[in-house]
Design a protein around this ligand. Structure first.
Ligand code: AMP
Ligand code: TRP
Length: 326
């Protein structure tokens, strides 16, 4: 069995892009791999957070993991800050990474460009991510394309340390989502659906009520041509809606195109509303059962224990290799 690790930041609620792009894969992977799914709260404080809201978001995301089908009997679900070894290993890795390579990370460049005083944590963000991954002898990291550079850095660090100090880390591979799995913003289909976009109309959150889902889909940007046809270049809005329709219904794009031949956007969008509402309803129901239950806290505590057991082995090895401790 391969070891799989992935993490999601507890900033805002997950949207259907996260679901179709990442969570569906998480659920599939747990069938024949040993998976760890982490809520990376330490990463989220690289940007200022309201403490009370952060706490809620951590539990929201954990509940959503379980609601979409991540099974705590198969996978380890835990919160990053509850396993101290993430921060410990990050320090060791920081001592082996160069300011030059971290300055070249595009995410850091983007997030720090308007600010004279970017926090050091933002600069070291990719090193903490490398620690998350290397701590568990991870083979595969399922993530979005935007994380490619961070995975490369993780591999570089693992190889660098293995060469210098002897075999210490497993060198992980990224498993990147296909471009077609990218769900685009509903009001600007040329940019990715994102948690942080200001416009609420741009996304559908997994916990949205039917009325909001309806509003978002009915108002979504299309084009003036009027035909339901997959053509990302010329019809990005309709193509995005076709992708969402196909993912939620399990029907192929061509089958959907044929079904709506000669019909207008109105009928298509109306059906899509029903399909998305129906698709999200069992997730929302399970979410409501889990979110305020003792079961949730039990799962997370157990996750911490299981993760710690693996992490402490790695840290023992790291300490030995580096000559740390007594
Ligand atoms: P983020 O919301 O950026 O923290 O991403 C969490 C996970 O969801 C990552 O694996 C992303 O690749 C994935 N993801 C985020 N936005 C989208 C999107 N619009 N379409 C598909 N996958 C996405
Ligand atoms: N940086 C990732 C993102 O924004 C989140 C993350 C943190 C992560 N640690 C990780 C993803 C380890 C995979 C593995 O999406």
């Amino acid at each position: 069995m391969k070891r799989v690790f992935s993490g999601v930041q507890p900033t805002g609620n997950l949207h259907i892009g996260n679901y179709l792009g990442a969570l569906v894969q998480f659920v599939e992977l747990q069938e024949d791999n040993h998976c760890l799914y982490c809520i990376v709260d330490l990463h989220s404080i690289t940007v200022e957070q309201d403490p009370a809201i952060l706490k809620e978001h951590i539990l929201d995301i954990a509940s959503l993991y379980l609601a979409v089908g991540v099974d705590p009997k198969k996978s380890i679900v835990f919160v990053q800050s509850t396993v101290a070894a993430h921060s410990e290993l990050a320090w060791v890795l920081m001592c082996n990474s160069y300011t030059g390579e971290l300055s070249r990370m595009t995410q850091f460049k983007q997030k720090s460009k308007d600010s004279e005083s970017a926090p050091t944590g933002l600069f070291c963000y990719p090193v903490l991510m490398a620690a998350d991954i290397l701590l568990y002898d991870t083979d595969i990291v399922p993530v979005g394309n935007d994380q490619k550079q961070h995975i490369e850095l993780t591999r570089d660090l693992a190889i660098r340390i293995n060469n210098k100090y002897g075999e210490t880390f497993v060198v992980p591979d990224g498993r990147f989502l296909k471009e077609s799995a990218r769900i685009m913003s509903l009001d600007d289909p040329t940019s990715k659906m994102s948690k942080s976009a200001e416009s609420e109309a741009s996304r559908i959150s997994l916990l949205d009520e039917p009325a909001r889902i309806k509003k978002a889909i009915m108002r979504s940007t299309t084009d003036s041509e009027g035909s339901i046809r997959f053509d990302v270049e010329n019809k990005p809005g309709v193509s995005n809606l076709l992708n969402i329709y196909s993912s939620f219904s399990g029907k192929g794009i061509e089958e959907i195109e044929a079904q709506y031949e000669g019909l207008g956007y109105g009928a298509f969008k109306k059906d899509l509303v029903d399909i998305v509402v129906e698709g999200l309803s069992p997730i929302q129901e399970r979410y409501r059962d889990i979110r305020y239950s003792n079961e949730l806290l039990d799962v997370l505590r157990e996750g911490t224990e299981k993760a710690e057991a693996i992490a402490s082995q790695t840290m023992k090895r790291v300490s030995e290799r580096f000559g740390l401790g007594i």
